[in-house]
Design a protein around this ligand. Structure first.
Ligand SMILES: *[C@@H]1O[C@H](CO)[C@@H](O)[C@H](O)[C@H]1NC(C)=O
Ligand SMILES: *[C@@H]1O[C@H](CO)[C@@H](O)[C@H](O)[C@H]1NC(C)=O
Ligand SMILES: *[C@@H]1O[C@H](CO)[C@@H](O)[C@H](O)[C@H]1NC(C)=O
Ligand SMILES: *[C@@H]1O[C@H](CO)[C@@H](O)[C@H](O)[C@H]1NC(C)=O
Ligand SMILES: *[C@@H]1O[C@H](CO)[C@@H](O)[C@H](O)[C@H]1NC(C)=O
Ligand SMILES: *[C@@H]1O[C@H](CO)[C@@H](O)[C@H](O)[C@H]1NC(C)=O
Ligand SMILES: *[C@@H]1O[C@H](CO)[C@@H](O)[C@H](O)[C@H]1NC(C)=O
Ligand SMILES: *[C@@H]1O[C@H](CO)[C@@H](O)[C@H](O)[C@H]1NC(C)=O
Length: 608
């Protein structure tokens, strides 16, 4: 797979060179998303693989590269992949969530095309529909610095991606059925480490014969570990026996470099650590990922345990697992989160320092206090809410409805605060101010840690504390070196404040990263529209866009045209070949324009 993508990369660079255009490179991937079987915890089960791999392949790119991924849906349900943390500047069309894209139907393929513009760092992708992430389908996204931009640490001797997740032996379909019925699906059956079950560190907790992960390393060398919590709803504590974790990056920002003996990684979060192999190799060492903040004794859930093996190791790992933090110390995790700071003098994707954008001096234009509540019954169904509203995804993606002016799909009326009115299901969107500066306070009234993620942006995490947020809480904000990231935790009965500059036009999903809260309705969209009509602040609808909902007729018309087009292509082979090579989708540009016009006409007729 890699070799073919490199050949195509070379070919397209060659073409660009011939044309004399210094365009950013393209990489091409072909991914088939299908069920495969695995037995990570000793029980054979169906998992979601990509090209047969579980976890999926790593998207390994450099700042500004263009990525073209043809995704084939071989599942038995509709599919969308979302690229968590990729900002898709001016291009929410590629975000892969139901508010921006029609799902890829069973048996179809769809080609994502996006640029990782002005970004570096460690992220991951996953399926965004129907709780599928609980069965896998995830993989890493690594964006390297361009050669001309210095990285604030020496080049590591290796770059290793690690996926941690809580895991159930029940399928994603069973899990979501439980949720809909209001049934707690209980504690996870274990924690996976790169899709593997634990090393048998305990005879009572871990059955015999489970395959585990071993990382082979050389003594004295330093490795970069990119660690992601790709799980459903469990915070995970990560640690390595006798080794320090030197934190260097989180979700695209270089941090002030600090050593930690362990790190709490909440659902959806990503961190890079440098680990120096500075021990005496008298044995192998345990790498541990244990559940945090779960009711009942945490030790009832088998930890994810992998083995760190030095090439000169004298034998197997020894002794008890390294200790987790004290579960009763409620401030430990919050203080650790507060200690993560932005290195304001380091450059990231561009040569200027990260801190050259002085967020602390900017006036807030839009402020929202988003209060979440645990699941409750609304109209007889279990739902979760933000400010009393549980999101329902309409059949027509919001973004398409906006372009085609389809009436009645969504309302731009999301309330700034919790209103004391009965909870309801609705499709209510935040009307963001283009080039405004938004403050969002997440107020968690639940008894579990929640994490929230915003697509299209990185935001500054400026404060968090226990209790209720008040205007006075602003005096505690970090106005200087709060880290810019895309996923933040909110502790139980506590708040977290973020600031974000709304400079990216599009329809952007703000969601609970905890899959159960998200699935039951804890999400919304932020619409950012440039009031001036301009084709510079947003790219056009992609030629291969799928239509659904109120626009299904357009899809039927396109399929008809495509079949005529195919016959045409067969009779003019050479041309058909050129169409495939440039990577554009099945329809020529003019045909797509035509469809948009027809669609507008259709909607206009419907409205009358
Ligand atoms: C990822 O890309 C970098 C830089 O292009 C390269 O050095 C590295 O070997 C690649 N890693 C993998 C796993 O392909
Ligand atoms: C589906 O895949 C084929 C090649 O396998 C490609 O030519 C076509 O453009 C893809 N369709 C979409 C909508 O991306
Ligand atoms: C911050 O980045 C600068 C520039 O690369 C680097 O020299 C410095 O060591 C970093 N500081 C810390 C505390 O990590
Ligand atoms: C982190 O710990 C390592 C030892 O594991 C030490 O060599 C290094 O100086 C420490 N770095 C910082 C920034 O504290
Ligand atoms: C190697 O390191 C371990 C852990 O720090 C220590 O207990 C042990 O005594 C050391 N062994 C030797 C031979 O230095
Ligand atoms: C956890 O336990 C506390 C205290 O026993 C209880 O109030 C809370 O509802 C429990 N939370 C969950 C998620 O079960
Ligand atoms: C949304 O905000 C813009 C200004 O940013 C305003 O012109 C427009 O009327 C608002 N729309 C609604 C429905 O409130
Ligand atoms: C953008 O708009 C300008 C003027 O309105 C036009 O000249 C240009 O061709 C447009 N570009 C694209 C890519 O449509």
């Amino acid at each position: 797979m890699l070799s073919s993508s490199y050949i195509r990369l070379l070919l397209s660079s060659f073409v660009l060179w011939r044309l004399g255009i210094a365009e950013d490179p393209y990489v091409y991937y072909d991914w088939t998303v299908a069920y495969t079987t695995a037995s990570p915890l000793g029980v054979k089960q169906q998992v979601i693989g990509i090209n047969g791999q579980f976890p999926g392949p790593i998207l390994n790119v450099t700042t500004n590269w263009n990525v073209v991924i043809n995704v084939k849906n071989h599942l038995d349900e509709p599919l969308l992949l979302t690229w968590d943390g990729i900002q898709h500047r001016k291009n929410s069309w590629q975000d892969g969530v139901p508010g921006t894209n029609c799902p890829i139907p069973v048996g179809w393929n769809w080609t994502y095309q996006f640029q990782v513009k002005d970004q570096i760092g460690s992220f991951f992708y996953f399926p965004s529909l129907d709780f599928q992430k609980a069965s896998g389908g995830y993989g890493g996204i690594t964006i390297h610095n361009r050669d001309v931009i210095p990285v604030p640490f020496g080049t590591p001797d290796g770059d290793i991606t690690i996926f941690l997740s809580d895991w159930y032996t029940k399928s994603h379909k069973e899990l979501r059925k439980h949720l809909e019925g209001g049934i707690d699906f209980g504690l996870p059956d274990g924690i996976l480490f790169n899709g593997f079950g634990p090393y048998r560190y305990s005879e009572s907790l871990v059955p015999e014969g489970i395959a585990f992960q071993t990382l082979n390393v050389e003594p004295g060398k330093t490795y970069r570990l990119r660690v992601h919590n790709v799980g459903i709803s469990t915070s995970i504590n990560f640690r390595i026996q006798y080794h320090n974790l030197l934190l260097v990056e989180t979700e695209g920002s270089y941090t002030v470099q600090q050593n930690y003996t362990n790190m709490d990684i909440h659902v959806g979060q990503s961190y890079s650590f440098l680990i120096t192999m500075d021990q005496n190799a008298s044995s192998d060492y345990y790498m541990v990922a244990s559940a945090r903040f779960v009711n009942s004794s945490t030790s009832a859930i088998p930890a994810g345990v992998a083995i760190l093996h030095y090439s000169n190791s004298q034998g197997p790992a020894l002794g008890p697992l390294p200790d987790p933090p004290n579960e009763l110390d409620t401030y430990f995790s919050m203080n650790q989160a507060r200690s993560i700071r932005w290195n304001v003098s380091a450059g990231a994707a561009r040569p200027n320092p990260q801190g050259s954008f002085k967020y602390g001096d900017i006036k807030v234009t839009d402020a929202y206090v988003l209060l979440n509540r645990p699941a409750e019954l609304i109209d007889g169904k279990w739902r979760t809410t933000l400010n009393g509203i549980s999101y329902v995804a309409p059949a027509t993606p919001l973004k398409l409805a906006q372009l085609f002016n389809v009436p009645g799909v969504f309302k731009l009326d999301f309330p700034n605060r919790f209103m004391n009115r009965p909870a309801k299901v609705d499709t209510s969107v935040i009307n963001g101010t283009y080039r405004g500066f938004m403050e969002i306070i997440f107020q968690n009234t639940d008894t579990s840690v929640q994490t929230y993620h915003l697509d299209g942006y990185a935001f500054f995490v400026v404060g968090m504390d226990y209790g209720l947020w008040t205007e006075n809480s602003k005096s505690t904000y970090n106005k200087w070196d709060g880290v810019a990231r895309c996923t933040t935790q909110v502790f139980p009965r506590a708040w977290t404040a973020i600031l974000v500059s709304l400079d990216n036009v599009g329809m952007w999903n703000l969601r609970a990263a905890n899959l159960d809260s998200w699935y039951l309705g804890q999400e919304l969209y932020v619409s950012v529209v440039n009031p001036e009509i301009s084709n510079k602040t947003e790219v056009a609808l992609p030629d291969n866009a799928i239509y659904c909902g109120a626009l299904s007729l357009l899809q039927r018309m396109r399929l008809k045209r495509a079949s005529i087009n195919r016959q045409y292509q067969i009779s003019t082979r050479g041309q058909a070949h050129r169409v495939t090579f440039t990577g554009t989708a099945s329809l020529p540009h003019n045909a797509n324009r035509m469809l948009i016009l027809l669609g507008a006409l259709l909607v206009w007729c419907l409205r009358r």
